[in-house]
Design a protein. Structure first.
Length: 283
């Protein structure tokens, strides 16, 4: 079985994310903090290269000797309203969604590639005979080379793994093992799990700035938009339970997106200071 962490790894960055953080921040093993442009690519090999559209920044770091006892961890904090892209030492590529934390080593051990996350990522794991583990506080995903999405936000009741390619084995906190095949979504909710056949792109299109939803509660959609844009959106239960299907282009301003949403659902929105308030039409 896997060693589950006692979740202590998140405690030191929790506060940072919740109140202070507005920019993507890479906390190096030396505790040095590096601010990273939104959507910039962070590449990890002997040094770290941060590439954004305009400029390239190289953050040099001392390369530790190959001492397996001394695997140092880095933390990538992506606050609400921001996203990031990380190239791991083995060539695996990770898209990190808003409101997420990722912990990863400067170099992988010889016998295991392992990262820890909270929030949402889409990852394309570089093929290798060395197992790759992604740990969340509810389950571990064990792979060799594959493409999948994990959503495991602390504040959401539901977490999920959606497999795009290859195969993964998911081990739950209760040590239940579940094999997943492509185009399947494994959902954990209220201590139970279920597997559904899905259109994978619906679940990974966020990395391209699109949000697709099918017969989804409006509360889920609004909470995602709130996190993605880093803006407060409030609504009552009559709005929360409305079901919607559609596609939103999240490269547009939030106002434009909410206007589009109000064409498909019986809602009105108004902006009060820095908060968006939604009401059901006819209220």
């Amino acid at each position: 079985g896997f060693q589950f962490l006692n979740n202590s790894w998140l405690s030191d960055t929790d506060m940072v994310v919740d109140c202070v953080q507005t920019e993507v921040t890479l906390i190096l093993d030396t505790q040095e903090k590096v601010q990273v442009e939104d959507n910039a690519l962070i590449a990890y090999n002997s040094g770290i290269t941060v590439k954004s559209k305009e400029k390239e920044r190289i953050i040099t770091k001392k390369i530790t000797e190959d001492d397996p006892e001394n695997i140092t961890m880095n933390t990538l904090v992506v606050p609400n309203g921001r996203r990031s892209l990380l190239l791991l030492p083995d060539g695996s590529k990770v898209w990190v969604n808003s409101g997420s934390i990722l912990r990863f080593p400067s170099q992988f051990e010889a016998s295991l590639r392992s990262i820890e996350m909270e929030g949402e990522i889409y990852i394309e794991v570089a093929k290798s005979n060395i197992p790759f583990h992604v740990k969340t506080n509810r389950f571990v995903v064990n792979v060799l080379g594959t493409k999948f999405n994990i959503s495991a936000y602390k504040e959401e009741q539901e977490s999920s793994v959606v497999l795009a390619e290859g195969s993964v084995m998911v081990e739950t906190v209760e040590h239940e093992k579940i094999q997943l095949t492509p185009d399947r979504k494994l959902t954990f909710v209220a201590g139970r799990n279920r597997i559904d056949e899905v259109d994978v792109y619906d679940y990974i299109s966020w990395k391209d700035g699109l949000y697709t939803y099918r017969s989804e509660n409006l509360s889920v959609i609004l909470d995602r938009l709130s996190r993605y844009y880093g803006k407060k959106i409030s609504y009552k239960s009559d709005v929360a339970s409305l079901k919607c299907s559609g596609k939103l282009d999240m490269q547009e301003d939030l106002d434009v997106v909410l206007k589009g949403l109000s064409h498909t659902a019986p809602i009105l929105y108004k902006k009060v200071d820095d908060e968006y308030v939604l009401v059901k039409i006819g209220e």
